[in-house]
Ligand binder design. Structure first.
Ligand code: C5P
Length: 391
């Protein structure tokens, strides 16, 4: 998958992140794309069209009413010709406009007239991002099949810290090939669990495990690259969701269980999360005070999310993960059979947990397939390729 010769309309709206769009434009051109920049009036308050003209090698379009633009149907011609419309940065105001289907300037008109995929990279103050209206608009955009890339969290131009920063230009460029071509998983929903779970003991303490979420997030990225609509149900991690992936944050196994069931049906379910097998029977309402007496915690089993999903009458294609500390082949294959899975990924816990690389063994009805040690994204892509052969 490549951006070479792809016709991309880069829409720039008014926000301080417009300066990052210059770098984005440069990277797109470097990747071989033919970039036509369209700026809103507000965007031109932040960066001049000349900057983008120099970087894209094409005059920037700014108005629906430009007499020089031929027969007055530029919005139709341009959008018909494009492989992708990317709005970066997308301000809160522009997202609102898109959600409403308004067309009162060139860029919003292009978005409405388009026949190609539309991706937006939101950028705004964290309160504007969290505002009920913005979140409502985003839900509408998801429903309208607009791909939302980011935003990232961190320090903002206004000095505040939180979600709302535009993704880095390089991250946006990485996400685009998956949106452009109808990948092998195009039109398919892939539901993924990732990370550890956290089972509360009292308001300040809990049981968790050493899972970092790296493998699950890599699988989510690989599935998105293959064109799937990916929902990532994630336990607590410090990772950013891959571009184009919708993440649902959960803490406990019970929350993960509920979130997964709510997201079904899907064509594929990949359970990468290290779900706690037990939770505390009765979570203390207040912090448990220290005492010299031994403390006994009563643990009860959590629901096995994967086994439950795999047993549903309209079960998705289910993939399990098994981290073992010994007898990998024996335990993993037994787990695959017990949970009735067409595919299970085994690894040695001590070699994998928290690491950037992994050595995997895939177990399916044909037997066993080894994936020698490589970084987790490479492994995740190989896993998706293998899965594609089976579904
Ligand atoms: O049985 P075990 O926990 O070793 O199985 C691991 C696999 O089952 C993983 O794919 C994990 O995500 C999934 N699992 C689950 N719900 C649980 C426990 C494990 O989905 N409660």
């Amino acid at each position: 998958m490549s951006l070479t010769h792809k016709k991309i309309i880069l829409g720039v709206t008014g926000g301080i992140a417009a300066y990052k769009a210059a770098e984005l434009c440069r990277l797109l051109v470097k990747a071989g794309a033919e970039v036509q920049v369209v700026m809103t009036a507000a965007a031109q308050q932040f960066v001049t069209p000349l900057t983008f003209q120099a970087l894209s090698g094409r005059p920037v379009l700014t108005s629906l009413w430009d007499a020089a633009s031929g027969d007055g149907m530029e919005h139709i011609h341009l959008s018909r010709d494009a492989d992708l419309l990317l709005v970066a940065p997308a301000s809160a105001d522009f997202l609102a406009k898109l959600a409403q289907g308004r067309a009162d300037d060139l860029l919003s008109t292009l978005c409405l007239a388009r026949t190609c995929p539309l991706a937006v990279a939101p950028a705004m103050n964290r309160e504007m991002w969290a505002a009920a209206a913005t979140q409502r608009n985003l839900q509408q955009l998801h429903a309208d099949d607009v791909k939302v890339l980011g935003p990232a969290a961190g320090e903002q131009a206004c000095g505040e810290i939180g979600p709302g920063r535009m993704l880095e230009a390089s991250e946006i460029v990485t996400a685009l090939p998956g949106l452009l071509e109808a990948g092998p998983l195009a039109g398919k929903r892939v539901l993924i669990t990732a990370g550890p779970t956290f089972e509360s003991i009292d308001p300040v303490r809990g049981l968790t495990n050493r899972s970092s979420g790296k493998m699950g997030y890599a699988v989510a990225q690989a599935a998105a690259e293959a064109g799937a609509e990916v929902c990532l149900v994630s336990g607590p991690t410090c990772l950013e969701p891959p571009a184009g992936v919708r993440r649902i944050d959960v803490q406990s196994a019970a929350e993960m269980h509920a979130a997964v069931l709510a997201e079904l049906p899907s064509e594929v379910f990949i359970a990468v999360a290290a779900v706690a097998d037990y939770r505390i029977d009765t979570v203390a309402a207040h912090k448990i005070k220290k005492s010299a007496e031994p403390l006994t915690l009563q643990l009860i089993a959590t629901p096995d999310i994967l086994a439950e999903v795999a047993a549903l009458p309209n079960a998705p294609f289910c993939v399990g993960f098994a981290a073992e500390t010994e007898c990998l082949a024996e335990y993993a294959e037994a787990k695959r059979v017990r949970k009735n899975l067409p595919l299970l990924v085994g690894n040695l816990a001590q070699d994998t947990l928290g690491q950037d690389t992994a050595e995997l063994v895939l177990f399916d009805n044909q037997g066993l397939h080894r994936l020698p040690r490589a970084n987790k994204l490479t492994q995740a892509r190989a896993l998706i390729q293998h899965l594609l052969k089976l579904i």
